[in-house]
Ligand binder design. Structure first.
Ligand code: ADP
Ligand code: MG
Length: 352
């Protein structure tokens, strides 16, 4: 058969391009939630309440009591690369807040219905605005789409509805609302451990009692007890290590044998993944746990922001940083030593 001849090259519609790009950043309700939680924390919130319908696909609402957004900033809010957190390229290296590229809300507005209600302390009312495709929802011909005044508390409520209504392939890639809900709870639980002073709650729309609720805890170990339970909390060890960087680790001893590894890894306060760190932890525990059982490990590392490769795509949860190997080795050694002294003292206890 004849090989097919060349086909004409055509430009994709801009809205389609934006939708595809947005889908790379927002994979599922839980990835939207992660971005929004980070925004709440950046805004200095001490209380964050999440409401979910259909695993976040129908509704995902996040209410915080942070600094709010000024009315005059609302028109720009969902435009791509608009941010209050970065103004020059050199800022990239100094950046300590979570978000830095102004892409989260923009992306969400391309794949879902987005509404914002927000009030700053100095404003005497709240403002409500709805977004589509990177901007305010246009109002009737001839009128500029102003945010509308409304009643509301200090802080921001972000409402996302019908996620992926216009991207059926993304929608069909999601398995089930219960699986998405499990992922939502997982992200929230991890942020709640890392931000123990902030109170978090998560509930299904219409339900009276939240599935997840933490009061503001005194420290990480109290938050771990609240969220992961007594069986983990009672076997928890703690070490810190530091140099030009610092690390704080809470991890279970050999008495705890979980089915699946629970690894909460935060680098500069962002929930990330690192295969190197995971492998290193697995190898420590392979020496002390029976085959098939796994530990709980919460590890928070703070590095000079200049040494973390932040200029990667925001969905690249896998991070890399300078002197990675040496730093991981120091942390692993500290964990290993702590586990070793603990098991020695246990042997000692048994002998006496
Ligand atoms: P980024 O976080 O990278 O700046 P986002 O799209 O996540 O980008 O947010 C854009 C801007 O909207 C932020 O820089 C911030 O000024 C504002 N913002 C978003 N969420 C909140 C919130 N919960 N409270 C206060 N301001 C917010
Ligand atoms: Mg952000």
């Amino acid at each position: 058969p004849e090989p097919p001849g060349p086909q004409p090259i055509r430009r994709l519609h801009e809205s389609l391009i934006n939708r595809i790009a947005a889908g790379e950043i927002i994979h599922r309700p839980a990835s939207a939630l992660k971005e929004l939680l980070e925004n709440c924390l950046d805004a200095g919130s001490t209380s964050i309440q999440v409401t979910v319908k259909d695993g976040g696909m129908k509704l995902l609402q996040i209410q915080d009591n942070g600094c709010g957004i000024r009315k005059e900033d609302l028109p720009l809010l969902a435009e791509r690369f608009t941010t209050s957190k970065l103004t020059t390229f050199s800022d990239l290296s100094k950046l300590t807040t979570y978000g830095f590229r102004g892409e989260a809300l923009a992306s969400i507005s391309h794949v879902a219905h987005l509404t914002v209600i927000t009030k700053t302390k100095s404003s005497n009312c709240a403002w409500k605005a709805a977004y589509v495709d990177g901007g305010l929802v246009p109002s009737k011909a001839g009128y500029t789409p102003d945010p509308k005044p409304c009643a509301g508390n200090n802080g921001t409520t972000i409402t996302i509805e019908d996620m992926f209504y216009n991207t059926p392939t993304r929608l069909s890639a999601l398995r089930s609302s219960s699986e998405e809900y499990v992922r939502i709870l997982d992200v929230m639980t991890k942020y709640a451990v890392h931000n123990s002073k902030v109170s978090f709650s998560c509930k299904k729309a219409g339900s009276l009692s939240p599935e997840l609720s933490t009061p503001s805890c005194s420290d990480a170990s109290q938050a771990i007890r609240q969220l992961y339970g007594h069986s983990i909390a009672k076997e928890l060890l703690h070490v810190t290590a530091s140099s030009a960087w610092s690390a704080d680790a809470y991890f279970t001893n050999a008495n705890y044998q979980g089915k699946k590894i629970a690894l909460l890894l935060f680098i500069n306060h962002r929930l990330v993944e690192s295969h190197r760190i995971k492998r290193s932890i697995e190898s420590i525990y392979s020496g002390i746990l029976p085959k098939g059982s796994s530990p709980f490990v919460y590890l928070s590392i703070n590095l000079d922001p200049r040494s973390v490769d932040v200029n990667v795509h925001p969905t690249k949860r896998e991070v890399h940083f300078l002197n990675e190997e040496a730093i991981i080795e120091r942390i692993s050694d500290a964990i290993q030593q702590r586990l070793a002294t603990q098991s020695q003292s246990r042997v000692f206890e048994y002998q006496t």
